[in-house]
Write a protein that binds this ligand. Sequence first.
Ligand SMILES: Cc1cc2nc3c(=O)[nH]c(=O)nc-3n(C[C@H](O)[C@H](O)[C@H](O)COP(=O)(O)OP(=O)(O)OC[C@H]3O[C@@H](n4cnc5c(N)ncnc54)[C@H](O)[C@@H]3O)c2cc1C
Length: 455
Amino acid sequence: MDTQTLKSNFEGQLLSPSDPGYDEARQIWNASIDKKPALIARCSGVADVVAAVNFARTHQILTAIRGGGHNVGGRALCDDGLVIDLSRMRSVFVDKTTRRVRVQGGATLGDLDRETHVFGLAVPCGIVSKTGIAGLTLGGGVGWLLRKYGMTIDNLLSCQMVTADGQVLTASAAENADLFWALRGGGGNFGVVTSFEFQAHPVHTVLGGLLLYPRDAAVPVLRNFRDFIQTAPDELTAYAVLLHGPDGAPLVATVPCYCGDLAEGERVLKPLRAFGTPLLDAIQPMPFPAMQSLFGPSFPDGNQNYWKSTMQRELTDGAIDAIVEHGNRMASPLSAVVLEYYGGAAGRVPSDATAFPHRELPWDILFIAQWTDPAETAHRAWARQGEELLKPYSANAHLLSALDVEDADVINSAFGPNLTRLAAVKSKYDPANFFRVNQNIKPVAPAARPAVQST
Ligand SMILES: Cc1cc2nc3c(=O)[nH]c(=O)nc-3n(C[C@H](O)[C@H](O)[C@H](O)COP(=O)(O)OP(=O)(O)OC[C@H]3O[C@@H](n4cnc5c(N)ncnc54)[C@H](O)[C@@H]3O)c2cc1C
């Protein structure tokens, strides 16, 4: 690849396979991914992104976008092509008067939480601090504040982005509204988002943490959790997890996060904490960034990872039995089954108001296979079998952000009935499918293109 023309117009760092630091730069969170790009362009700002997009388009080079590098299927990288790497663009600016936050496209959730917390504010995002805000937002974004304040996309006000033709555009309700609709759930299909603008909310100290039981108690604990969370106030978001303790003991946990008045939170959480005989009740008031950091150590960089998940309208007793039975077969103590319950404010947004379609499916069951020895492959089969076993209970829908490498029909199920409209927006902004290292939405051939709807 002749990089001379790019070099003359690039402020950041360009790394080819022979350069020191190249191997480190091509590492992402999931060590199962071993892709070797021809060039990694670590951008220092919007001008670098424009230069990289123009270079790749002119020379017809396959191009990937790296935000936080946490996509489990490794979509931040590509073999032999160009990686537009935003990992040096991590600034966060908070306007405490308007509670608006501007976040660069390579920032992590930790970067965002750290800055907003200074002002007693938080933006709803995910639950592991090293995850990239870009990939998470473009996939929808679910986390501890979701039932009170909605998904990450419900708090997105605008995006600045570089499109396939090298233009810098703003997408918001007032400007390029069709693009703004598509960015809220359509993944990285439409361009490189160089910054996001979010509405933040007053969240400082939350009541949260782990409630741990022995795995033997999993069925009654999960049934009680289901009944409890479905009638809980919006201030409470909670997940349940089948996991192992540091000593390898099989456990089941419920993990609540209450983001309202703390005394009221104590009252709300009482019945959950009173259930059965917990081994540990570590629920306590904590700064929101501490809640956001609880699961970080469980997802370190450099392990092998493979995920399967399925969304459900309800969690029946039969589904719980199947989840526990299969959870008990997990062979790696680093693996987990996570039961995420959404609803609340996120569930009240109409399914076509943003590109994220699955507002009426409050349950997502995630089989997370994680292990250390690359030679072991059985863990992948365990995750796949888990999804298979839940098919009778599944709505045959998926959360875009949780998808590993999947067939087109599975990817399409993450877009659901919004796919046709997404394809029309893709055709308008990226007709040649320049941005295709992602959960790809194919542009429609010109003759078959429907008019793009605006919101
Ligand atoms: C440990 C862990 C915990 C997670 N927890 C949550 C959670 O709580 N809630 C949740 O909703 N999701 C969660 N996820 C899923 C996560 O949101 C997705 O994996 C997401 O893709 C990660 O974003 P990233 O920027 O790190 O991705 P990357 O791997 O850097 O990029 C993934 C894809 O996103 C697109 N992309 C990235 N940056 C940009 C950009 N600036 N402009 C345009 N497109 C871009 C590209 O298509 C790229 O291929 C978690 C993932 C992990 C690994």
